[in-house]
Design a protein around this ligand. Structure first.
Ligand code: AMP
Ligand code: ZN
Length: 113
């Protein structure tokens, strides 16, 4: 998708700190970390958010999360983590390419809002 920063990262047109890549997804370090460990899981296919996600994209995303679950120790998340996907204005979504924040590395706040 033209003018999508995450599509440009996926295409290798913008550098990123990649921690994992396969045919379906990229996991990168967030450029502005909000926790000791803060990654972004980016499906390679462009769609804006979970509301616009097709059934096939949902199936692929589920597979990505399953793969993530097998990597938590090596990603520094063995004591737990939080997955967040912001949508729209109230959710404070700033990049319109679906992404899942992966937060952890130390004790997170109980307050999620
Ligand atoms: P959201 O506000 O949920 O749309 O999250 C977008 C996230 O993308 C923010 O946490 C940003 O810090 C992060 N971000 C924006 N540009 C980059 C980039 N070039 N590399 C890594 N993370 C980025
Ligand atoms: Zn995109």
């Amino acid at each position: 998708m033209e003018n999508c920063i995450f599509c440009k990262i996926i295409a290798g047109e913008i550098p990123s700190a990649k921690v994992y890549e396969d045919d379906d997804m990229l996991i990168i370090k967030d450029i502005n970390p909000q926790a000791d460990v803060h990654y972004l899981l980016l499906p390679k296919e462009h769609y804006a958010n979970i509301v616009e996600m097709t059934d096939a994209q949902a199936q692929t995303l589920a597979g990505c999360i399953k793969k993530l679950s097998a990597m938590v120790d090596e990603l520094g998340l063995k004591d737990g983590f939080r997955l967040v996907s912001n949508k729209g204005k109230h959710g404070c979504q700033s990049v319109e390419h679906l992404h899942i924040h992966i937060l952890g590395g130390s004790q997170l706040s109980e307050n999620m809002a």
